[in-house]
Design a protein around this ligand. Structure first.
Ligand code: GRF
Length: 218
């Protein structure tokens, strides 16, 4: 069967892009990355794509007078490469409702919190300030409202007493790298359906284990 032709949109480091590249390299993986687009010319993720032999394209938002023009250029690059599906991976531009609706149900994002908690930036700072015991990450379909949309995969990540932002971010990021390829695989396999904005995934189980934080040794 033909593999789903995916574009990954990035703005920076690209560690989630790398996780998707590595995932797609697995035998029988039902998707391939046909294009990586960055809106910042010096994004480190572009090197990762080039090393993997993936076509890259820069669409620098500073070169466009408004969001619509910027997104027209994005769409040209995407359709030119025959892209069927988009993964946002640290892409730091808000997309207009026009773009989001054009790609509806073919556009996903990863966010470093357990949505709908902690939308927006600086999630780990706010998690630490609130003293919550769990945070995590979420892969979701993109809707016009920021960090909102049907939830495909989540990972719960414990917060440790001695965490600072860097330690917590690293623990969440490791979970992100597991979740993103998993979500893409299930979608490309045709196992994911959306009804009334709720996801159903064919042939999956959920964990029975309850995770308690802290561990009480008594
Ligand atoms: C990740 O934490 C992702 O959840 C968020 O932006 C960060 C991107 O990191 N949307 P990277 O560029 O994939 O390393």
């Amino acid at each position: 069967m033909a593999r789903l032709n995916v574009a990954v949109l990035i703005s920076g480091r690209g560690s989630n892009l790398q996780a998707l590249i590595d995932g797609c390299a697995a035998s029988g993986f039902p998707a391939q990355i046909g294009l990586v687009i960055s809106n910042t010319p010096d994004a480190a993720g572009l090197d990762r794509a080039q090393k993997a032999g993936i076509a890259t394209h820069e669409v620098n938002h500073r070169d466009y007078s408004d969001r619509e023009d910027f997104e027209t250029a994005l769409n040209q690059a995407l359709t030119g490469a025959g892209i069927e599906f988009i993964c946002l991976a640290g892409f730091m531009r808000l997309l207009t409702p026009g773009f989001v609706n054009r790609w509806k149900d073919r556009l996903i994002n990863i966010h470093p919190s357990l949505l709908p908690a902690y939308k927006g930036l600086d999630t780990h700072t706010r998690v630490l300030a609130d003293g919550v015991r769990f945070t995590g990450c979420t892969v979701h379909f993109v809707r016009a409202e920021m960090d909102h949309g049907p939830i495909i995969v989540q990972a719960a990540v414990p917060v440790h007493a001695d965490d600072d932002e860097a330690r917590l971010a690293a623990r969440v990021l490791a979970a992100e790298h597991q979740c993103y390829p998993l979500a893409l695989r299930m979608i490309a396999d045709g196992r994911v359906s959306i009804a009334d904005e709720i996801i159903t995934i064919r042939g999956i189980d959920s964990p029975d284990t309850v995770l308690i934080n802290p561990i009480i040794d008594c």
